[in-house]
Design a protein around this ligand. Structure first.
Ligand code: OOG
Ligand code: MG
Length: 269
């Protein structure tokens, strides 16, 4: 465990210690206090350094990175978490659960589910200045997805730098429904109904995500550009929860119905 200290810039050694600490919390499904309790001066760049160090640890172990996710892109989510800016994270191969599959709660701390629209690109996108039009041109198809988030922080409470360092709470995701072209749907008015054990618990429409979920992909590309990174062709990107996230526990059945795009479903065991 790292010691409490007030600092404005972290050393490489400290970045790697915090990355190991947060990744162990994920791998052992053991919650920890938020990282800004130990590093009150943590900057966004340092938080991203930690996230990218966690990613490098996984890649070094042979884990593949299979996509990216945006988070806190809807007012419902920002209000729920008390944070006012979006964040991004990466998706590792073992996060992917098949349609209708089981979410193993023993591997998680306090999972919540979110209804999202995901994009798959067919051309490289780079910033700065990437816009919604460029995203639409570079989109191969959209597909409905449900993200399972699992903050490693006690009671799911954090601030923006802490959640960024924790890979934006990424933990599992399910792709379902059917793929469609962006020309076949109005991304803003796609309706979404989330059911838990047969009861409707949340509902919303695509526009909840930054006015248009394609704007979330553009924002990701521009955030990546700040670190000299691009979004390669063939990327899978989840654009962020349309509604507030819903806590789940063993025995829960989740079905999310998307207008035009079909259903995404899973069981929590
Ligand atoms: C941060 C991640 C939020 C979304 O879709 O808004 C997120 C969190 O709320 O734990 O993935
Ligand atoms: Mg999400």
């Amino acid at each position: 465990m790292v010691k409490t200290q007030t600092i404005t810039s972290m050393t490489e050694q400290q970045i790697s210690e915090v990355a190991q600490h947060l990744e162990n919390a994920e791998l052992n499904a053991q919650d920890v206090v938020k990282i800004t309790d130990q590093y009150p001066g943590l900057t966004f760049n340092e938080a991203l350094d930690i996230q990218w160090a966690i990613r490098a640890r996984k890649v070094a172990r042979g884990t593949r990175i299979v996509g990216m996710k945006m988070g806190l892109t809807s007012y419902a989510k920002m209000a729920q978490m008390g944070v006012d800016k979006p964040c991004y994270g990466f998706l590792a191969d073992y996060f992917s659960i098949p349609q209708g599959g089981e979410i193993n709660s023993k591997e998680l701390i306090h999972p919540k589910v979110e209804a999202e629209i995901a994009f798959v690109t067919n051309a490289e996108l780079s910033g700065p200045g990437c816009n919604t039009g460029q995203v639409l041109t570079a989109t191969d198809f959209i597909v409905p997805a449900v993200e399972v988030i699992d903050s490693r922080y006690k009671d799911f409470k954090f601030d923006l730098p802490s959640v960024i360092a924790d890979n934006s709470s990424s933990s599992r995701f399910v792709i379902g429904g059917r793929a469609m072209s962006v020309n076949e749907v109005d991304l803003r008015t796609i309706g979404v109904v989330m059911e838990k054990n047969g009861s409707v618990v949340e509902l919303g429409a695509g526009a909840a995500v930054l006015g248009n979920p394609a704007a979330s992909v553009a924002m990701l590309v521009n955030m990546l550009a700040e670190r000299g990174e691009v979004l390669p062709a063939g990327s899978f990107v989840m654009t962020g929860g349309i509604t507030a996230a819903v806590a789940v526990e063993p025995g829960d059945a989740i079905v999310v119905r998307y207008q035009h795009l079909g259903d995404v479903n899973m069981k929590v065991v």
